[in-house]
Design a protein around this ligand. Structure first.
Ligand code: HEC
Length: 148
């Protein structure tokens, strides 16, 4: 009986450790993805600054769009700043004000769609304006929900 209980305890510990590892992996993947998004946006800004044909930007924009599909699922409970074993700048406000976070996420998608349209249309000025609008949506989420 003692052995059985010890065995169960061990199972519970292994289970908790596995769940912890899952959360850490989710955070690693979300941060790697966001870093890639940041690099795409920098490349788009370089294209906008050059004033050249924005059509080659379409692929990068689509990569950013793909990353933000189901973005909210990358923020399960236990992945906020201060959670054990987690290195993140995701503020607890994401979980205490989930509706606001979801709105900030929803605001980005149409701007990315408009950005893709502008790039595909080949008009450098429209592209530059759409890029600014998309970038503003990034900041609108970072200010309340991401630690500096
Ligand atoms: C709905 C909210 C939201 C939107 C929209 C958003 N982000 Fe973020 N971003 C976050 C949060 C939260 C973090 C912190 C993630 C973490 O540390 O786990 C973050 C982190 C980042 C990071 C740092 C990644 C790292 O850890 O190195 C970059 C770069 C970034 N975002 C770029 C962008 C860009 C560019 C956009 C717009 C195209 C954008 N984000 C849109 C919420 C958002």
């Amino acid at each position: 009986m003692k052995l059985l209980l010890a065995g169960l305890g061990l199972f519970a510990m292994i289970g908790a450790a596995a769940a912890q590892a899952d959360l850490a992996r989710i955070v690693t993947e979300r941060r790697e993805g966001l870093r890639a998004v940041g690099q795409h946006m920098e490349a788009l800004q370089a294209i906008a600054r050059s004033g050249g044909d924005p059509r080659p930007a379409v692929e990068r924009i689509e990569a950013v769009q793909r990353f933000f599909v189901n973005f909210g699922q990358r923020f399960p409970a236990g992945t906020q700043q201060g959670a054990p074993g987690i290195e993140t700048r995701a503020l607890p406000a994401i979980w205490t004000d989930r509706a606001g976070f979801d709105r900030a996420e929803a605001a980005l998608a149409p701007r990315l769609a408009a950005l893709r349209e502008a790039a595909a249309g080949g008009n450098a000025q429209a592209f530059g304006q759409a890029l600014q609008a998309a970038g503003a949506a990034c900041g609108d989420c970072h200010r309340p929900y991401r630690a500096r």
